[in-house]
Design a protein around this ligand. Structure first.
Ligand code: ASP
Length: 303
């Protein structure tokens, strides 16, 4: 059945963004806008929301601008461990990978998990062995190297108590889309949080926390202090309130992020509903975000 409305919303993380230079802001805006335009074309041409969100997130993973793929932050042991998940609202297909160190595009592998296995979440060496077995690109960990992120880790480590996590300036990436067939998809990818313990997995690959897609209700991709997003099942919670409390997308999404703020949990989310309404609440200084729908032109904002 053809759907009247369609669109896509993306984020590049919520965090401490107050000291981004205007030049940095422009570079980010260019990348986000170009990605959005290409992803929106997929939807305009009748393509699936799953393809659109996978495309958008993999573009961000290939860019050193974001904390995902090439721009991933470091664990306390100076290793980059990446997490990603993707979900399709038509049938709740969902795939995720966690703690991968050599997979060029964790989001593509996450999709393969549901397309080619009976599982939802693969982690570490097993996920990488699966990537190899299906020919998904594996790279030397050197590919993800980021001098800036390494220096940032060393700087915070010298000042902090052990195991303290750092909410990063540039964050996790995500995309949520509704296509012309009425299918909602969501995808999220991250390097996690600076100074995380080796093996720590955040909300990003946890279905219902970092990512959720449910046709006729909504799709969500979260970013923020992952431990809270797991404990409060944030992505699913937004959709659950719409489904059972009859709330609008904006009411539900805003309330959830406000409630997190009250308990000291920082972050934000992007969401789209079955009518292509979009909501992007956050309780941090800023959240990199942008959207296009059939009713609204390209929209980009950080603060
Ligand atoms: N949610 C991510 C994590 O906890 C980090 C982020 O969104 O900045 O791993």
């Amino acid at each position: 059945m053809a759907n009247e409305n369609y669109g896509i919303v993306v984020h590049g993380g919520a965090g401490v963004l107050s000291n981004l230079s205007s030049e940095q802001q422009q570079i980010i805006e260019k990348k986000v806008s170009e990605t959005l335009i290409s992803a929106y074309k997929i939807l305009q041409n009748g393509g699936s929301s799953l393809d659109a969100v996978e495309f958008a997130v993999s573009e961000f993973e290939d860019s050193p601008l974001f904390n995902a793929g090439r721009g991933s932050v470091y664990t306390s042991e100076e290793v980059q461990e990446m997490d990603a998940s993707i979900m399709f609202g038509l049938d709740r297909s969902a795939g995720a990978v966690a703690s991968v160190k050599k997979v060029k595009n964790p989001i593509r592998l996450a999709r393969k998990v549901f397309e080619k296995t009976e599982h939802v979440l693969l982690v570490g060496d097993g996920a990488e062995a699966f990537a190899k077995s299906i020919g998904e690109p594996i790279v030397d960990p050197e590919y993800f190297y980021s001098e800036k992120n390494l220096q940032r880790l060393r700087k915070v480590k010298s000042k902090l108590v052990q195991n303290q996590l750092i909410q990063d300036k540039i964050g996790t990436v995500g995309a949520v889309a509704l296509d012309k067939s009425g299918n909602i998809a969501a995808a999220t990818s991250t390097g996690g949080m600076t100074n995380k313990m080796p093996g720590r997995i955040g909300d990003t690959p946890i279905i219902g926390s970092g990512t959720w897609a449910q046709n006729e209700i909504c799709g969500v991709s979260s970013t923020g202090h992952g431990e809270f997003f797991i404990k409060f099942q944030i992505a699913k919670e937004v959709c659950t309130r719409i489904e059972y409390l009859n709330q609008s997308l904006a009411e539900s999404a805003t309330d959830v992020i406000e409630e997190l703020k009250k308990i000291g949990a920082t972050g934000g989310l992007i969401a789209i509903d079955k009518d292509a309404n979009i909501s992007t609440p956050f309780n941090t200084d800023g959240m990199i975000r942008g959207s296009i729908t059939n009713r609204s032109e390209l929209n980009f904002a950080i603060y």
